[in-house]
Design a protein around this ligand. Structure first.
Ligand SMILES: Cc1cc2nc3c(=O)[nH]c(=O)nc-3n(C[C@H](O)[C@H](O)[C@H](O)COP(=O)(O)OP(=O)(O)OC[C@H]3O[C@@H](n4cnc5c(N)ncnc54)[C@H](O)[C@@H]3O)c2cc1C
Length: 409
């Protein structure tokens, strides 16, 4: 997909390809048998971890079986909905808030090191309501209090600040700190910046399997040879669970398919283009830095295909037009689908797999992997550098938190 800002560096020649450079890479790896850490998976999570490790001066190799950000990370809407998202645990709400702040701080350095614009815009999110009842129900359903300010916009204020919103709208909550970005660019920027700081980023590495003995992780076998290391971080998104099965761990990942579409307003309709993200109960409408407006997303648990259905897109457009009628004049650009990696308890697996020293998991971020990428990278890098997860406050997300039944010995 093409969520990139025009005219910026693309990733085509950024990273090395495992097939094209197999002999060169093998030579390098033979000459240097031990990389401190290998990250498996070049989605936004793996790339953020590689970036944070490299920025701490750690030796890291990131291997991706296809291309950087070619799976779920390229399907996302790119919202950093730290306050608007209904997190049910304080730990997730706190991580989301910290992650959004960290991303805002990282932006300049990331873009400078990678020469990729991430399209980060802090335009604020509007959560609209049709009537007072709807607004009250919404407030009652929020179990965790937002960490940043939200302002109530009554009908008059809302229509002054957001003239493109339906006249039927009763009022809205406005959250000025909420932001969004171009997710593919973010993943590529993390990978590019990591590479600038000395990490190796290798695409097209197939047949990855974990090598383990009684003392713990030894490395990985791959289509470009055996890579030895002290730590392996499995950041393989949807495939994370399958990969850990190889070493007897059962960390289930549940697919939740989502469809999403891009539209564009003609220049003469620019006044009708939303300049803030609309984050409603049934749809979101996100104005992007590349000029498009993205409308998402369906939610289909148990589905892992990437088919885009007429019914799915029709439903999204109907909901979106209910809030922003002007979308009906906009031009349809494209639609796509991706599969969110969910877990049985809704929390990502984050931390050390203690039964196998040196092995770490970082996957299962469900619908918030873009938002949580910065904090995941930072926490995982700290953990690998020797801080305990209790100290980092992420023990609740430990891969071994699930019952013994779910972890096969
Ligand atoms: C429609 C939709 C909208 C979304 N909107 C948002 C949003 O607005 N905000 C937000 O925060 N999140 C959003 N998400 C969720 C977000 O996209 C995910 O949580 C996030 O992309 C997960 O990143 P990841 O790196 O874990 O997985 P992925 O991006 O899937 O990356 C995993 C990588 O591992 C690689 N891999 C797998 N197996 C192997 C192997 N054996 N060897 C080597 N490499 C391997 C894959 O090729 C892949 O590139 C959305 C998701 C969808 C589907």
């Amino acid at each position: 997909m093409s969520g990139e800002v025009r005219g910026l560096r693309r990733s085509g020649s950024l990273y090395r390809n495992g097939t094209a450079f197999a002999s060169q890479i093998r030579g390098e790896i033979r000459g240097k048998l031990h990389a401190e850490t290998i990250v498996v998976g070049g989605g936004v999570i793996g790339c953020a971890i590689a970036y944070e490790l490299a920025s701490r001066g750690k030796e890291v190799i990131l291997i991706e079986r296809s291309r950087i950000a070619s799976e779920t990370s390229c399907a996302a809407a790119g919202m950093l909905a730290a306050d608007s998202e209904a997190f049910h645990t304080t730990v997730m709400s706190k991580l989301a808030y910290e992650s959004r702040n960290l991303l805002l701080q990282q932006k300049e350095q990331l873009q400078r090191l990678s020469r990729i614009e991430i399209g980060l815009q802090q335009t604020g999110f509007v959560t609209p309501f049709r009537n007072e009842d709807e607004m009250k129900k919404y407030s009652e359903s929020r179990s965790v209090h937002p960490l940043t300010e939200q302002i109530w916009w009554d009908h008059t204020k809302l229509h002054r600040e957001a003239p493109w919103i339906s006249k039927e709208t009763y009022g809205a909550l406005y959250r000025a700190s909420e932001s969004e970005l171009l997710p593919v660019n973010l993943a590529r920027a993390y990978a590019g910046a990591a590479q600038t700081m000395g990490a190796k980023v290798i695409e097209g590495v197939q047949d990855v399997s974990l090598t383990v003995d009684s003392s713990g992780i030894q490395g990985v076998e791959t289509s470009i040879g055996r890579l030895m290391c002290k730590h392996v971080v499995v950041a393989a998104g949807l495939q994370g669970g399958e990969m850990l099965k190889q070493v007897g761990l059962n960390l289930p990942v549940l697919p939740v398919k989502g469809e999403i579409a891009a539209i564009q307003y003609a220049k003469h309709d620019a006044d009708y283009r939303p300049d803030k993200t609309v984050y409603a109960d049934n749809v979101y409408i996100v104005p992007k830095a590349n000029g498009e407006v993205w409308i998402g997303a369906t939610s289909l648990p148990g589905r892992s295909d990437r088919d885009v259905t007429v019914g799915g897109i029709q439903k999204l457009f109907a909901s979106a037009a209910g809030w922003v009628p002007g979308i009906q004049q906009a031009q349809f650009i494209r639609a796509w689908a991706g599969v969110r990696p969910a877990t049985p308890d809704g929390l990502p697996y984050l931390g050390a797999c203690k039964s196998i020293p040196g092995l770490y998991a970082a996957f299962g971020h469900y619908r918030n992997g873009i938002l949580l990428s910065a904090i995941t990278g930072s926490l995982m890098a700290d953990l690998i550098a020797g801080h305990s997860s209790e100290e980092l406050g992420i023990d609740e997300l430990s891969p071994e938190r699930l019952s013994r039944k779910e972890i096969m010995q």
